[in-house]
Design a protein around this ligand. Structure first.
Ligand code: ADP
Ligand code: MG
Length: 254
């Protein structure tokens, strides 16, 4: 199937602290889905488990990317297979410039003996930086070091647009952005929408979804998807709050 399929995923951290408790979600290629839910419900954990974070132990379920299982693969293998994660809290990497970081990631996708064309690479990088509103002087700055929250988020979008992944997970890319930056980031994401790509936009607030209109919205609660619907679900959540979902849930499962 042409989709990112998450089936009954269970994952824990530390001494058997269960965080994902049977989470299922299918993101078909060509669609943009939003994942919403209260703080601590497991959104970032899901993103990190999909990217192969070693801190989390998968205790059940499976994840298929276009039919191939990805759980158990190393993060770099998952990335080269076509999955991209924009972090909620991007790490600062002193000593590694943005230009060299993205270049190495692209180079690692080429076959043995193939070299990245440097002049074409820089041309592409500068064009994307202009689009996303990142000053060219950032090219030689160390990745995220001393960046503001908004600069870090733009840098994540830059990486995504350079790597052209098949599936993207954007973890609270809107946090720390003012309205102008939010618009620019949303434009960057919208420019990447298309038949050949699926995107999962994780957000706490409805605001981002005014700019990135999702095909579907999922609500996560305590490690499970408890509700899915169309884009209007985001508005409903904004109005009624997450307690509404909780009440519905309690009514359902007691
Ligand atoms: P969200 O992104 O929805 O706010 P998280 O996935 O970050 O939620 O966290 C879900 C729950 O798992 C929280 O209770 C959080 O404290 C816990 N958790 C996540 N990662 C870790 C970790 N590395 N160590 C301990 N607890 C964690
Ligand atoms: Mg989070």
């Amino acid at each position: 199937m042409n989709a990112l399929e998450i089936k009954d995923l269970q994952a824990s951290v530390g001494d058997d602290q269960e965080i994902l408790k049977g989470l299922s979600l299918t993101l078909p290629k060509g669609e943009v889905h939003a994942l919403m839910g209260p703080n601590g419900s497991g959104k970032s954990t899901l993103a990190k488990v999909l990217a192969g974070h070693e801190e989390y132990a998968v205790t059940g379920g499976e994840v298929l990317m276009d039919g191939s299982p990805i759980l158990g693969m190393e993060p770099d293998e998952i990335s080269r297979a076509g999955l991209f994660l924009a972090f909620q809290y991007p790490l600062e990497i002193p000593g590694v410039s943005i230009a060299n970081f993205i270049r190495a990631a692209l180079q690692s996708r080429l076959g043995e003996g193939e070299r990245l064309d440097a002049s074409r690479y820089y041309k592409d990088l500068y064009a994307k930086m202009d689009e996303i509103g990142i000053d060219r002087k950032f090219t030689s700055r160390a990745l995220n070091e001393g960046f503001s929250g908004g600069e870090k988020k733009r840098c994540e979008i830059l990486q995504m647009s350079m790597l052209q992944p098949t599936y993207s997970i954007l973890d609270e890319t809107d946090s720390g952005l003012d309205i102008d930056a939010l618009r620019i980031v949303a434009e960057g994401v919208n420019a990447m929408r298309g038949e050949e790509r699926g995107m999962l936009v994780i957000t706490h607030y409805q605001r981002l979804l005014e700019y990135i209109v999702p095909d579907k919205v999922h609500v996560v609660w305590d490690g499970r998807i408890v509700h899915s619907g169309g884009k209007e679900l985001a508005l409903e959540l904004e109005k009624k709050g997450y307690d509404w979902v909780k009440e519905e849930l309690v009514a359902l499962i007691g």
